[in-house]
Design a protein around this ligand. Sequence first.
Ligand SMILES: [Ca+2]
Ligand SMILES: [Ca+2]
Ligand SMILES: [Ca+2]
Length: 357
Amino acid sequence: MKNLLLLVTAYCLLVPTLECDIVDTGYSDTRYRYRWHQSAVPGSLITFEVKAWNDAHIGLSAHNGDSNPMYEILIGGWGNTWSVIRRRKQGPNLVEVRTPDILSPTSYRGFWISVSSYGTISVGKQGQTWSFMSWWDRDLLPIRHVGYTTGWGSTGYWRFCDYNECSRNNGGCEHNCRNTVGSYRCTCRAGYQIIGSTYCIELDECDSNPCSNDGTCRDLTNSYGCDCKPGWTGVNCQRDINECDANAGQGHCDPNNGICHNSSYRCWCNPGYQLGTDGHSCVSPARDDVIDKDDAIAIATICENQPDWTFLPHPFDCSMYVQCHQTWNDTVVSCPPSTTWSQELRSCVSSDLTTCT
Ligand SMILES: [Ca+2]
Ligand SMILES: [Ca+2]
Ligand SMILES: [Ca+2]
């Protein structure tokens, strides 16, 4: 006796509960509109029972309201003699099957509808595995809702019975379980993707490389974070911090003779001054090393990303040349009188031996 009790308890815990939605579509309702109470999952079976004289209609649609296109499955039309499948409400019949007395006004008749992923819509009777009517749609409509109605003055009583698979063990779903008529479906929380039919894996939001300017991406749940390189800010490190904003536009550069440049965050100096080795002070230079303000901008541009001790022609004056230094004190050096810089020879040579390039 004790063993039997244990068995019954185990059965009740394992088997999902059967839930029935019982509704009627009344005689007075001559407007012939669907009730869109039931949801569907593509690939799963839709089952129902109906008791009516004639004209039991099932609608399959992406929307929970009468709209076209939609599938209209009519069972027992034309005085309970024909069944058809349509692709529009009251549209042309795509398939017609003679089904005399398929419905009964005194007893429930059970049916199933299956929609395969290949586009075949099949309609069969409860207890039979073969369909009595089917049609293949090369352009299958999305189906998320099931509607039902009787038509043309026929009273209908409907039973939509379903095992709620979600009521036991969450349907085996790792995250969320959604019950549907004839089936159920597992879904995942935001930031996750379904694997197989029950498991969820977290998405890597860094896959799309959302962080700009060499920022480092951190994968989070349904989100990401960017760790920005110095000088950059914003959700995606897309905004340049203007370091020169501080100290009345001088940033960390010499307050008297410095010139702050935001994009590279470098300091230059006013004419007659040279950048100190600290990178921000401006000091009086030796005669040869004077860089004028316009020259400073041009030199900073040509020296950008050049290794230390690169020699380049002066951009405006070929009686001088430029030494690039990564420590930000690029210098201009004058060639001896009557010589000019030769980039080819990397030295100052007699003016008549070279053209200024
Ligand atoms: Ca179900
Ligand atoms: Ca993630
Ligand atoms: Ca900046």
